[in-house]
Design a protein around this ligand. Structure first.
Ligand code: UDX
Length: 431
């Protein structure tokens, strides 16, 4: 099939490439000329393992091309995926400006029947809005269908998640569109949930909010475990082995970050509010998440004698989780902000994030190696769960530091091991 994917971010680029893998012909469309130029020459404008290799392969095989030519791209393709951003807008609701612009262009330029698929995470009722935006901009009426088909991929494992999804959700009331979508996904080995667009849109928010809830649940329990001297990792293991609970998303840490969970939980809360409901559990999920980095900061301060002024601290990890260069809503940045407020000299390191042009680069010094970052510091704070940090030789790092303190915000290290090297170790209820 010939597919147009509008938006070349994480979701758009990954979606394009997995459809190439399944034998479809894909055009990637974006208004940003620089992104299109980079992609055309096989370069990604973000870090995602495995994606660039696949991009090169499909450019070479001519399965994919990129363009900024909206009109031609819409006219030439009959299945159009909307993969543009839906950032957090007013009062936490999703900002649909980009989706609206795309829908209006589709209406303006469509020349025959099209299936318009929303892959971006969009609030309940958006399929209906997209339909109206298209109709309003059509010079003459032409039939089309709007399908909700949310994406569940994670940054850092986008390719694997998109190629081997747990399920595919198709939200449409049109038989014609359903048949086309089934044909498109026929080579994927997973259950397909057929439903209407509203339920499909809700499924995405409900899934992300549920996962965020698991994280806030374990993080709140971790605080109590800390108080009681209980190892929260054992608790996660013990409850996660119950099939009804499941082992994933029960890792205690500094709270969830990234571009999805914070945005989606807030958008669902906002949808509820607009409809006269308070989702009190989710409301608490947000509160727990917001206070988790502060809880950790408190522990850091306490251990270092209460006053951090004049201290030098290494922060290892800037991205919101491992295997991505995304720092959006990263707990690490919250920690850095608090340290700077307390007049701490911060020495940062991350395997892929470069602060370069960010305002932080003016107040935080970033180092190429962990050895440099930890030199002369009073403490190290582990903020991102990069594998590189799990295998560090702490015996060699210790003599470089002024004081041997490790604060492990991701419970990555073996407490006993680093303590045996003479470190003071504090994790998140990692006893
Ligand atoms: C998420 C969803 O998983 C994905 O399905 C959706 O489509 C987009 O949002 P992503 O934001 O890429 O993906 O990251 P994910 O791996 O889900 O982690 C989210 C946050 O939760 C990270 O900050 C991570 O560090 C944190 N987390 C995750 C925990 O704190 N504990 C855990 O046990 C798991």
């Amino acid at each position: 099939m010939k597919i147009l994917v509008i938006g070349t971010g994480y979701v758009g680029t990954t979606t394009s490439l997995i459809f190439c893998e399944k034998g479809h012909q894909v055009t990637g469309l974006d208004l940003d000329d620089r992104k299109i130029q980079a992609l055309t020459s096989g370069k990604l404008h973000f870090y995602e393992p495995g994606l660039e290799e696949l991009l090169t392969k499909h450019i070479t095989n001519r399965n994919i091309s990129f363009t900024t030519g909206t009109e031609t791209a819409i006219k030439e393709n009959d299945v159009i995926f909307i993969c543009v951003g839906t950032p957090m807008g007013k009062e936490g609701s999703a900002d649909l400006t980009f989706v609206k612009n795309v829908a209006e262009s589709i209406g303006r330029y469509m020349n025959r029947y099209k299936v318009v698929v929303t892959k971006s995470t969009v609030p309940v009722g958006t399929a209906e809005k997209v339909t109206n935006w298209i109709i309003k901009n059509q010079p003459t009426p032409i039939s089309f269908d709007v399908v909700s088909n949310p994406e569940f991929l994670r940054e850092g494992s986008a390719l694997y998640d998109a190629l081997y999804p747990d399920r595919i959700v198709i939200g449409t009331t049109s038989e014609k569109a359903r048949t086309i979508m089934e044909e498109l996904y026929k080579d994927f080995q997973c259950p397909v949930v057929q439903t209407n667009p509203k339920a499909s849109e809700m499924i995405k928010y409900a899934a992300n909010s549920f996962l965020a809830m698991k994280i806030s649940y374990i993080n709140e329990l971790a605080r109590l475990c800390d108080e009681l001297g209980i190892n929260v990792n054992d608790v996660s293991k013990g409850i996660g082995l119950d099939h009804r609970i499941g082992p994933l998303f029960l890792r205690a840490g500094m709270g969830y970050g990234g571009s999805c969970f914070p945005k989606d939980v807030n958008a669902l809360l906002q949808t509820a509010k607009e409809n006269g409901h308070l989702l009190s559990i989710l409301d608490s999920v947000v509160k727990v998440n917001a206070s988790q980095p502060l809880y950790f900061m408190q522990k850091i301060k306490q251990a270092l004698g209460g006053d951090l002024q004049g201290k030098t601290i290494a922060v290892l990890g800037l991205s919101f989780k491992a295997n991505t260069d995304d720092t959006r809503e990263s707990p690490s940045l919250i920690i850095i902000e608090k340290l700077l407020d307390d007049q701490v000299t911060v020495r940062a390191h991350d395997p892929v994030v470069h602060l370069d042009n960010s305002p932080l680069s003016k107040v935080v010094q970033q180092f190429e190696t962990v050895e440099e970052a930890v030199s002369g510091t009073d403490a190290v704070i582990l903020c991102t769960d990069w594998d590189d940090y799990k295998s560090l030789n702490w015996g060699e790092l210790k003599p470089l530091m002024k004081q041997p303190y490790i604060f492990d915000g991701r419970n990555m290290l073996d407490k006993r091991k680093v303590e045996s090297l003479g470190f003071h170790y504090i994790g998140i209820a990692n006893h």
